[in-house]
Design a protein around this ligand. Structure first.
Ligand SMILES: *Cc1c(COP(=O)(O)O)cnc(C)c1O
Length: 417
């Protein structure tokens, strides 16, 4: 069982730090995301320690969990942000992040998003195509600014992960193809409002094998050498995110130190600052999704179901990526049962677990869906007229509400009759 330092049984009750999860459910209702602030801090420190020997700058990829309090927790530690849209930029600025620590990414930025990023004074914008370089140049000219640019390279490395989260393959939409680079470098000479300061890649997510990073970094370094001989003043090499976490104790993630051992000696000789963009690594195991069992039912084949009050609207990962999440009873039981854990949404893909050995809890009791901190709350939706859940953050014995549960009024606030 995934019994971490942050979510552990105290007696027979699952707790976060010094706070019992059953008490949080009573106080704030369910479904409820519970985040351990100590876990966020410790993950960041573990990452920083692993790469300490390398001059670098870590930018939290806010799309993994963009709650203002989560962004602010990292910003307070000195971390920057990698944002993917105007909305994520807005959130990061609202959380108090210094714009000079923000990188603006995204394969399809709208002109108004580019203008917003330039006006905000972000550290750099990533460009993912020739057309986008022209657009950024034009908008920067209109604003009488010089845009600092990173080129996102598609290194054509197919990382072995779920097909929906591999991004560094030529089949995918991301980045500029290597074959186009001579044209890009020639063009940059004719775009006076751009200043190329970084080369960037991001090959995917939940990548267990460091060799994929090694292969892609080798390509990035080759390109870096080419840009140097062309006279571009490259200050940063950005090798993206994708560092893995453990969801299933039977499939433990490669420790971050293994990535550091391979990457530090490769990147050190380049003599520039390295940027990392971890998302999942920093937040996945910091949160659980608390949900209450509404009904138990079984059918004539002997199949057992727990129908719970959270579903794919709060955590879509099992439906979208077939991902595994551990499920722990908040009050542990001796007896176990093999059952499916399913949500209330009208879709057959609305499940958290199939045919899983679980503590034999009763109706009205609670489950914690573990490792729900990354790509959980941020992918929540109002499908089926569901209200986005509340979120709390725990620090020691202290509990802070960091997002209120939505109300019915908020569901229709933007609609006009
Ligand atoms: C999603 C994303 C990340 C973060 O990926 P993780 O797997 O969560 O670490 C980093 N950089 C870019 C450009 C991304 O799109």
């Amino acid at each position: 069982m995934l019994d971490s330092n942050y979510f552990h049984y105290s007696g027979s009750t699952l707790s976060c730090d010094e706070v019992r999860l059953d008490e949080l459910a009573t106080r704030f209702g369910t479904p409820l995301f519970v985040t351990s602030s100590k876990s966020l801090t410790d993950s960041y420190h573990a990452f920083e320690e692993a790469f300490a020997a390398l001059p670098h700058f870590t930018c939290y990829s806010v799309k993994a969990n963009y709650n203002l309090s989560v962004i602010r927790s990292f910003a307070a530690l000195g971390c920057g942000c990698d944002v993917n849209s105007g909305g994520e930029l807005y959130r990061s600025l609202q959380a108090g992040v210094d714009p000079q620590k923000i990188i603006f990414a995204g394969v399809g930025k709208k002109p108004e998003e580019i203008a917003y990023a330039l006006r905000s004074g972000v550290l750099m914008l990533k460009a993912e195509s020739i057309s986008e370089l022209r657009a950024i140049n034009r908008i920067a000219g209109e604003l009488q600014k010089t845009a600092s640019i990173a080129l996102r390279i598609n290194p054509n490395v197919t990382a072995e992960t779920h097909p929906y989260i591999t991004t560094g393959d030529s089949k995918e939409k991301f980045g500029i193809d290597e074959a186009e680079l001579p044209e890009v470098f020639a063009l940059l000479g004719q775009l006076p409002n751009l200043r190329l300061i970084a080369l960037d890649m991001h090959i995917g997510s939940q990548i267990f094998d460091p060799e994929y990073f090694v292969a892609a970094t080798t390509k990035l370094l080759d390109i870096f050498n080419a840009t140097k001989s062309l006279g571009f003043p490259i200050e940063f090499l950005d090798i993206g995110g994708g560092f893995p976490v453990t969801y299933d104790p039977l499939k433990p993630a490669t420790p971050i130190t293994h990535f550091a051992e391979k990457l530090i000696p490769m990147l050190q000789p380049a003599g520039v600052k390295v940027i990392f963009e971890p998302g999942r690594y920093l937040v996945a195991n910091a949160s659980v999704l608390l949900t209450r069992v509404l009904y138990k039912k079984s059918n004539h084949t002997g199949k057992e179901f727990f129908v719970v009050d959270a579903g794919m609207t709060e955590l879509i990962r099992p439906a979208l990526y077939h991902s595994h999440h551990e499920i722990l009873a908040v009050t542990s039981h001796e007896k176990t049962i093999v059952a499916d854990v399913v949500g209330p949404v009208c879709e057959s893909s609305d499940f958290f677990a199939r045919h899983r050995v679980l503590d034999a809890v009763e109706e009205g009791e609670l489950f914690a869906v573990m490792s729900a901190g990354a790509y959980g709350a941020v992918m929540s939706s109002n499908y089926n007229g569901r209200l986005r859940p509340a979120e709390v953050m725990v620090t020691g014995s202290e509990v802070k509400l960091i997002r209120q549960r939505e109300t019915y009024e908020q569901l229709v606030v933007n609609e006009l009759l």
